[in-house]
Design a protein around this ligand. Structure first.
Ligand SMILES: Cc1ncc(COP(=O)(O)O)c(C=O)c1O
Length: 461
């Protein structure tokens, strides 16, 4: 971040632009509006998942090809949403489509292992440096099973997570995310709050949250838990937080976490559902050079099909191999999914693809930062390989506390409207980042930068 003093934004101007752009988007998406009226008669709130809800209606998509998607109104947009960060391969990649088509004709499901499941596991072992693998069907299943394995391995029940981190929608981890800033509690004793209704407080109480980028605070909390007879089974965390925009680990942080968890006999789980395969061939584990005991993968692994995986050390997986943990699922290792994953890993996400993503990311981050600097906006651009964002905050966000205190949510919402109205499909939500695909070009990135520059100009004119 530069040390310049940013301008104070005119809140009335933000409100005026937001109203203008929201009206414009409504006008461009009338067919989505009509589909919503139909959808809500059967689909609860008109969507397949609550994260797809939006006021006054969601944008319904029709198709995707490469870096582009089309909505039901016929608007063609460069896709930076990419299925909540799943489609780093781009849409309808010919190699993945062919692999799935070929597999379909040979039978799509047996609930018996196929060779592709082995080939994919061998490649994941090579990329992540972890010798044992199992499959699941989503990121939530991956984190749920990983935690169960860690609990069985250690004979302990408490789990530690990072305050504000998202690890899926099961009860163990729907805790201490997305809460109002004034309810976080004392930094040394952060609250264990269920995220949404229907989660028992007694389950939430087994999940202890600590701040990101503060290894000393993590260790103090672990020591207190040990003293209370509640030593943790695992620390589950993203090596770089990907649900507060992007928050990178400060130098030395991950190494310290590795050392602390090892010393206390705690299983360290890197949740690589977002980072894995997207920020390097071997995810955050490779990018930051710290190897955990387990990783969880999903999203990009299946190249558009619902495939997740758990990797771990031989010691950790002993409890699966000796039959004491039932790591199971009818669709685990589904032939279509692992065929797609195989094509993705060997034919799409190649070393050249990662070099391309790094080039794109350097370009988009540098040019977004140039806009921030030339208009003197409160914010900064940050990114790593396929992932990045402009964080609208006058100070660097390092954890949930700084995010909640400083992120300009109104500006983030306005930026989303600007993107949609200018042919840039972005993930909705103030916490989200862009995902580039291997099919994006520098010109696609320039389109994003142009929409951002127009926002900056309108804000300051
Ligand atoms: C880091 C992380 N872990 C787990 C999940 C859950 O994955 P899924 O939505 O496939 O269950 C997500 C989803 O956004 C995620 O970002």
């Amino acid at each position: 971040m530069s040390t310049r003093t940013a301008i104070a934004l005119d809140r009335a101007r933000i409100a005026e632009l937001t109203a203008r752009e929201a009206t414009r988007l409504d006008e461009r998406t009338r067919a989505s509006g009509r589909l919503y009226e139909r959808a809500r008669q059967t689909l609860s709130a008109g969507v397949a998942s609550s994260y797809q809800m939006r006021d006054p209606w969601p944008i319904y998509l029709e198709r995707g090809d490469g870096a582009y998607v089309w909505d039901v109104d016929g608007n063609r947009m460069v896709d930076f949403h990419n299925g909540f960060g799943s489609m780093v391969q781009g849409h309808a990649h010919p190699a993945i489509s062919k692999a799935v088509r070929d597999r379909l004709d040979l039978g799509s499901h047996f609930a018996a292992p196929t060779e592709d499941a082995i080939v994919v596991a061998e490649e994941l072992k090579r990329r992540f440096g972890l010798p044992r693998w199992r499959y699941v069907n989503s990121g939530s299943e991956a984190t749920m099973d990983a935690i169960r394995i860690a609990r069985a391995r250690t004979g302990r029940e408490t789990i530690v997570k990072i305050f504000g981190s998202y690890h899926g929608h099961h009860d163990y981890v729907m805790v201490s995310i997305g809460v109002p800033y004034d309810k976080i509690g004392d930094r040394e004793n952060l609250a264990s709050m269920p995220y949404g209704a229907g989660i028992p407080q007694s389950v939430a109480d087994m999940t202890i949250a600590v701040p990101f980028n503060d290894a000393a605070a993590m260790e103090r909390r672990i020591e207190r838990l040990v003293a209370e007879g509640r030593a943790p089974a695992c620390v589950i965390m993203e090596a770089a937080m990907m649900n507060l925009g992007i928050v990178l680990p400060e130098p030395g942080y991950l190494e310290a976490v590795r050392e602390i968890t090892r010393r206390h006999g705690i299983v360290l789980i890197f949740d690589e559902v977002k980072t894995g395969l997207c920020i390097a061939a071997g995810g955050a584990t490779e990018r930051f050079g710290v190897t955990p005991d387990m990783v969880t993968l999903a999203k990009a692994l299946g190249g558009g099909l619902p495939v997740g995986a758990i990797g771990g050390s031989e010691e950790v997986f002993e409890v699966v191999e000796d039959g004491s943990v039932f790591q199971v699922g009818t669709y685990n290792g589904n032939p279509l999914g692992v065929a797609a994953a195989r094509a993705s890993l060997f034919d799409v996400l190649t070393p050249e693809a990662y070099a391309h993503l790094d080039t794109l990311n350097d370009h988009i981050v540098t040019h977004c930062q140039a806009v921030v600097d030339s208009y003197n906006l409160p914010g900064y651009a940050v990114g790593v390989a396929s992932k990045g964002c402009v964080t609208f905050a006058p100070v660097k966000v390092v954890d949930y506390e700084t995010f909640k205190e400083h992120q300009d949510g109104e500006l983030a919402d306005l930026a989303w409207l600007y993107n949609l109205n200018r042919g840039v499909f972005m993930t909705p939500g103030r916490e989200e980042e862009w995902t580039l695909s291997v099919r994006h070009t520098l010109a696609d990135c320039d389109r994003f930068v142009a929409a951002f520059e127009e926002l900056a100009s309108d804000l300051t004119s």
